[in-house]
Unconditional design. Sequence first.
Lengths: 287, 330
Amino acid sequence: MWNGVGDLIVAIDGVAYGLLLYTVAAGLSLCLGVAGVMQLSHGTAYLAGAYAAWALMHGTWVGLLTALAAAIVGGAAAGTGLALLLEAVPRHLDQALATIGVALVGAYVLTEVWGAEPLSVDPPAGLGGSVDIAGRPYPVYRMVFIVIGAGLAAGLWLVVHRTRAGAVMRAVAADPAMVAALGIPPRRMRAAVVAVATAAAAAAGVLGAPVVGPSPGIDHTVLLLSLVIVVAGGAGSTRGALVAAMVVGQIQTTAVAGWPTAAPYLPYAVLALALLGRFGINRRRSA
Amino acid sequence: MTSSSRARFLGIPAPALTAAGVAASMSLPWLADAYTVSLASYGLVAALVAVSAHLLTTTVAMPTLGQAAYFGVGAYTAAVLGQGVSSGLVQLIAAATAGAGAAAVIGSALVRTRGMVFLVLTIAVGEVARVAAEQAVPLTGGGNGLAAVPVSLPGGAELVHDGHVYLYILTCTLAITGGLHVLLRSRTGITWRAIADHEARMQANGFSVHTRLWTAYVTAGALAGAAGALLIAARRFVSPTDVAFSTSALALLAAIIGARSVTATVFAALLIVGVRDVAGAALPGTSPLLLGLVFVAAALARGGRGRRLAARVLRRPDYPPRSHPEGRQL
């Protein structure tokens, strides 16, 4: 049922939330689909980024840029370390174990440093207010986030589909042995993907902190939603991840506003429907 | 691999070891303090969940991170039933049936997927179960959890003493894992392993792969459900924390460390719970850190040198390792 401005605001919120989920899930999708590594510590990078925002931002632009730089550098370093660990455990199942362990240790360290209480992060000066959308106030930061998120999505698409690095990435996903034969070490490629993905998740944590703030347990929530998006959109497909993230973002915000008890279940319903659709198509193709 | 048909551990035949292990575990209540005994009770419960994860992860090669869902179904079934029926055996059967029923419904869809998609779907099932346990307040008590009354034996005696509870849980666990031991060596068990090794070939030979995998999934659900009833017997309390991801992750870890042996899976689960709770109690608040390090160490050990060492110590696994490269691997 359309109820005018209220629904419009919920819809815009859904776009912001969807783009936030996309910036985290796109990296995970590349890890799973392109680098071929099982990564269950991806939510920890988001949480660490969000804590970095809380510690460094203090509502200033300089703080935001510092936090962003710290998150990208720290995320890339942590991602490289994680990639080294994952090289030592080549099988997916062992990678799942190792990254569950990393997530547990990471969550412990973050809770030790910043405590178990949820923290709230203020957006930088000038973005803290709200704008009028058809007479209703709407937080400026979320509007700005939509622009940034859309920019990130476009940038990622360009990198994956229009650059040499992206072509190599897609080639690794399709045929790692062939890429290795061409003289490009798949190991270095995998490490680069994991490092970039972790840095992206940490950056998403900084940018998303004023929307979904740092608190213990957020790492798990973000990981679960990202996994849902990656599997629903098809691992390795950034386009599929974008569609799935937008659908999950929209459904989540709509449900939280209108049907809160169902909200936690709906992402999984989306996942089930997406898989049902995909397997249905496969069956028809193979028949 | 040795040509002997007897499984050995450090050169000792397995039946002798089993007998010694059962005798030692039976005598625990007379040897240890109440805290250790109740910890061991919980360890056995976690071990049974791990055994259910073993059935999926190892036997049919479909690693799962969602067995906590059926554990929760079993535990809440036993706790709710316990408000009217205190018989431990009735609760156990009802919980196993409820776990199997839930797995039958969910499994019918899940067994059509493989590998990473299956793993993520099981995570989703676990999460949905946890949220449901938190939200269905009238039935589950929500975040406050649900308290239960002590279970009673067929004769009518109530199990209140920690030692008695432990012996009851030990007996149930031994009976259930013994049953599984037999099942895994039956035609059904052999077919499960064959599907894990050569799915396409089994399909071509006329086996209904989906139905067989579904049967394995339902059996695993029943095992986890039964573990839920034992949780109620052990702790007389269940809350959404018991249904959390960490329960499933711990079960998967134990199943992977246990590799192809049900017994080793049980010991791995006991060891993990021991490390988490004993060391966690010695250094308060550090149990997630320790558990995390155990996960990483286990993965690293399996990745290289540790694996060869384990193969040398466990002279022969419960059943032969897969020799065919086409076998399914996540």
